[in-house]
Structures are given as C-alpha cells and as structure tokens.
Design a protein around this ligand. Sequence first.
Ligand code: GAR
Length: 201
Amino acid sequence: MKRVAVLASGQGTNLEAILEEIAQGKVAARVVLVISDRERAPALERARRRGIRAMFVDPGLYRSREEYDAAVIGELKEERVELVVLAGFMRLLSPLFIREFPMRVMNIHPALLPSFPGTSGIEDALAYGVKVTGCTVHFVDEGLDTGPVILQEAVPVIQDDTAETLHQRVHAAEYRLYPRAVDLFCRDKLKVEGRRCYIVE
Ligand code: GAR
C-alpha cells in the first residue's frame, strides 16, 4: 500500500469519498496524514473520526509561502509519504514543494481544464454560459492548474443551475473520479510522458 497524505482546507467531502473507498477495499492506498491550513476545517474532523492523524499547520506562523511549505514537507517526509492528494486545498504550492514531490502531487479541479482554472471554477463556468463543464484530476506542476491531466468527467449545466446545484453535480462526479485516480497511482498504473498521462496495464 502506498502511503498517502491529503491536504484539505474545507469540507473534505472528496477526502471522505477516498477514505470510504479505501475502507471498502476499492482503493489500494493508506492515508497516513491529513493536513489543513484551517484549524476548523471539517476535513480534519473527518480524518480523526476514522483514526487518521490530522494536523492544522498554521500559515500565520510562517513568514513566506516557502517557509510554510517547508514545514508541511517536513511532516510529509517524516510520514514517508509517497503521494500528496490535494482535496480542496486552497493554497498555491511553491516550486519548492513541487520539486520535492515531482508528479507525486495530485489535485482535483471543479471544471474541465484548461477551462476555468483558479479558485472559482464553478462560478466561472456558470458566468461564461457553457452547457457542459465537469471535473479534472491532474498532477500538479509549478503553474496554476496546468499539470498533466489524469482523468476528466463531463457534467451538464442545466438551465436553472445555481453555483450550488452545479457544484453538487460536479461533486458527485469528483467522488467517482478522485478515488479512481488515487488507486491508479497507487497501483503504478499511471505513466506521464510530457503533457500526456497514460493508464498502463
Ligand atoms: C471541490 O469541488 C474541488 O474540486 C474544489 O474544492 C472543492 C472541495 O470540496 N477545488 C478547487 O476549486 C481547487 N481550485 P471538498 O472539501 O468537499 O472536497
């Protein structure tokens, strides 16, 4: 089993979906640590409820992004983490972090990248008026939501959608996609060549 850490800032429903599939034996991973940049993030409580070590690392204690990331890297190394899963982690990682875990950091984004990168993928898709959006799991590189795409799923936008109803539908797709991507990585079934990520048997 590969040792996985999850970084989350908010509700942690993607974390919950991954933990549930691990519990059911459908994902070959072991989550050894959950870290949040928000002390009261429900994600931390979800981890603790399942007996997983959960830590708040306070951004207020560090002078720069690099110093914060160095503290997080220290925790990840201590736990011998092999894959870092970003699940609603709303901080941009520094190049220092990415170089420490090249093609070993995954993110989920609530749009079909390269459309609508950034922190408001749902709202931006609605405002643009697209009829189809979705979600993307990708490896994280030094850009903003620019790394190689691992999996994507399309989600229709409905006439009366609000950001909330659309996000609910996108979330449902995320809960299918993210555990699968983690499982593929942990079974050594992902191969990256340039921008393209292949699933190998
Ligand atoms: C998810 O929809 C994820 O795609 C999004 O935050 C939500 C977190 O939900 N991430 C981003 O927008 C990253 N730019 P969760 O905390 O319930 O898993």
